[in-house]
Design a protein around this ligand. Structure first.
Ligand SMILES: [Zn+2]
Length: 400
């Protein structure tokens, strides 16, 4: 971008923003986060004798179009009733010399926690609930990735987002990577979330290597045994004897992604990451990715209002209501805006016979084999018109 264009944008944005009533982050308090020093112990001990003070803080990113930190008007609606689990990677590693830190000693675990706190602030101000796998500079449960991944499930969260920064031996490497747990071509909700995060974070952070689209399957890094592994598209699990993908994602039972915001092994990037305002910009990218993903709506089923929760076996027909998850008011009573060829329903993870009545937004499902007395579950797989897959949720009913 030319300097003239950047200057024009910098002028234009505050003007257009002031024309409407807006909510600002933070509502009050310090606007310049660069004035807040990081806590003692955050920087260092360094890998080398160099310290951050020997460098002049890189100021280049300040020429990017500024962010006004005003949530879009649809944010509150998209985030209403949503619970997110944020996982700031690592922690408690101040004394581990050379472990996960840049050349000046700035620790990844601190970057991750700082970004997570900002993301939480943005989300909570928009009405979402946030659970964190750690609140401070510790590694919970002795560094258990399973603990972190499972927390989203235990805390009834809808999404799990692990926040990290990247490292490599190539010193000039600097690009975004959003990792989803799945086969590279898996049609899953976590790929939808990853795609939205990649778009907004690439846009806001302007990495040195923008040719990376930033969307990666964790199977590219840790493939399963080709004979034994396959992704369970209904449960988000990987069914494999050899663990595949990232541990923290493998244990999540909700749509889950791992964000590697940028490379702290790139010296210029490490200096940017030591600037709180830059971390806040990154957090805004995460926040906007979440908002835009959820705004696209999540198609879902519920038991039809006239459908009792207990039915007579062995092959009951269950009536369900279908919601495309999209928000438009006047079109709310129109037939669901789903991509019908993708519509698939499962009872206890087995495909079932399905009758779809679009005019009533109703589904009637019947198992293809007898159901034993007891609890059973129906799952939906469908894509809505905005391109979001349904979540791997189960609607329960009982056969007597
Ligand atoms: Zn990490």
């Amino acid at each position: 971008m030319s300097r003239r264009l950047a200057a024009a944008l910098a002028l234009a944005l505050p003007l257009s923003a002031s024309a409407q009533t807006v909510h600002r982050f933070p509502p009050e308090g310090p606007q310049d986060h660069r004035t807040e020093p990081f806590d003692a112990g955050v920087v260092g001990p360094a890998d080398s004798e160099q310290t951050a003070r020997e460098y002049v803080l890189a100021d280049d990113w300040h020429t990017l179009p500024p962010i006004n930190y005003i949530p879009p008007p649809y944010a509150a609606q998209a985030l209403e009733g949503i619970r997110l689990c944020l996982d700031p990677g690592h922690g408690g590693d101040a004394d581990r010399r050379g472990y996960k830190r840049g050349s000046t000693g700035f620790r990844e675990s601190v970057m991750n926690l700082t970004v997570a706190r900002y993301v939480r602030e943005f989300l909570e101000a928009s009405g979402a609930e946030v659970v964190m796998t750690r609140e401070d500079d510790t590694d919970p449960e002795g560094g258990s990735l399973e603990y972190r991944g499972r927390l989203a499930d235990r805390e009834n969260c809808d999404l799990f987002i692990s926040l990290h920064h990247n490292a490599t031996s190539r010193g000039d490497a600097n690009y975004l990577s959003i990792w989803y747990h799945a086969r590279p071509d898996s049609p899953l909700a976590n790929v939808d979330l990853a795609r939205h995060l990649a778009l907004s974070m690439n846009d806001l952070m302007r990495h040195a290597e923008p040719h990376h689209m930033g969307l990666y399957s964790d199977w590219l890094m840790y493939p399963p045994d080709p004979e034994e592994g396959h992704p369970d598209v209904l449960r988000m699990d990987t069914v494999a004897t050899r663990p595949s993908g990232f541990g923290v994602l493998r244990h999540a039972r909700v749509p889950a992604v791992l964000v590697e915001g940028s490379f702290y092994t790139n010296r210029d990037e490490e200096l940017r990451l030591m600037d709180r305002e830059y971390l806040r910009r990154e957090a805004w990218g995460v926040y906007m990715g979440i908002v835009n993903y959820l705004w696209a709506g999540i198609p879902a089923i519920t038991l039809h209002p006239d459908q009792p929760g207990t039915v007579t076996g062995p092959r009951p027909t269950i009536r369900l209501s279908l919601d495309d998850g999209m928000h438009e008011g006047w079109a709310r009573n129109a037939p669901p805006r789903i991509q019908r060829q993708t519509l698939t329903l499962y009872i206890d993870d087995e495909r079932c016979d399905t009758r779809y009545i679009p005019s009533r937004a109703e589904l009637q499902v019947t198992p293809r084999a007898d159901l034993a007395p007891g609890e059973h579950g129906v799952r939906l797989r469908v894509l809505n018109a905005w391109g979001n897959w349904s979540w791997p949720r189960e609607v329960r009913f009982t056969v007597e």
